[in-house]
Design a protein around this ligand. Structure first.
Ligand code: BGC
Length: 267
């Protein structure tokens, strides 16, 4: 059964990594998909669109820097012009700009906060405005709209050398919960997903050599590095009516990374 049949989803940052897997999965679940990527032309975004269409779905690519208010509003307007409305916003776009704390430039800090946190604010706000304009469509979903905020295990695990990133994800958690609290009476659901170590370009150095992979696996009780599809399946569930009573929560999809594995033999 296509749990998202007839719905439209914007997936930010979906030309690669976790976002691309999510775009394919929500497309396979029946949603029309807007495959967002940061700018210019993207063969990678076109390839994700082609995959969705080849699987029998509907998708378009759309360039937009999620940290720019006018661009985000234009993206939602374009989705509405193409598909009639949006039902789902998956605020996934994010990046890392790592540095030891004393050497972290304001430019790095700002770039990470702008995309990872302000970008999610702008996307969620534009989605909420469209949900309210469109109104309930009970045959499509029990909710007026669904927002999924891509967080990280680093919304709770402090991360030296990545202070900007951890701060952005801690912010994402409270953004998500506060939106959920404010808008539940309007039947808008807002949840987060906290991936652990997922094999994507963002953390290539952490898994690309056997030595790095062995070290990384020490942090993962379940004994494997995650795949983008692990996150995509969880996202489809959070967007569907199967999770209709779930709002304001972070779903950790991390192979147990947040279980403090060091304490399994120590402490
Ligand atoms: C980061 C990855 C990291 C993982 C676990 C993610 O949010 O983007 O680089 O491997 O958290 O530490």
């Amino acid at each position: 059964m296509s749990v998202l049949a007839g719905q439209t989803a914007i997936v930010t940052g979906s030309s690669s990594g976790i976002g691309a897997a999510i775009a394919r999965a929500v497309g396979a679940a029946g949603a029309n998909v807007v495959v967002n990527y940061p700018g210019g032309h993207s063969d990678a975004a076109d390839a994700v669109v082609a995959d969705i269409v080849a699987a029998g779905g509907a998708a378009i690519a759309f360039a937009c820097d999620v940290s720019k208010e006018a661009e985000v509003d234009a993206m939602v307007a374009h989705a509405v012009a193409t598909y009639g409305t949006i039902d789902i916003m998956i605020a996934n776009a994010g990046w890392q700009k790592d540095a030891p704390f004393a050497e972290m430039t304001l430019a790095k800090w700002q770039a990470v906060i702008d995309v990872n946190l302000t970008g999610q604010f702008l996307c969620a706000r534009a989605a909420v405005r469209e949900f309210a304009r469109r109104g309930m469509v009970p045959e499509r979903s029990r909710a007026l709209g669904k927002i999924v905020c891509m967080s990280s295990v680093h919304e709770v695990i402090p991360w030296g050398g990545h202070v900007d990133y951890a701060a952005s994800k801690g912010g994402v958690m409270m953004l998500m919960k506060s939106i959920a609290q404010e808008l539940a009476p309007q039947k808008i659901r807002c949840n987060g997903i906290a991936p652990g170590a997922i094999k994507t370009p963002i953390n290539r150095s952490a898994w690309e050599t056997p030595e790095a992979e062995k070290k990384l696996l020490e942090l993962i009780p379940y004994g494997r590095i995650g795949e983008p599809e692990d996150i995509a399946r969880a996202t489809v569930w959070l967007c569907s009516d199967d999770s209709d009573y779930v709002t304001g929560t972070t779903l950790f999809v991390d192979g147990g990374m947040t279980l403090y594995p060091g304490f399994s033999t120590g402490g």
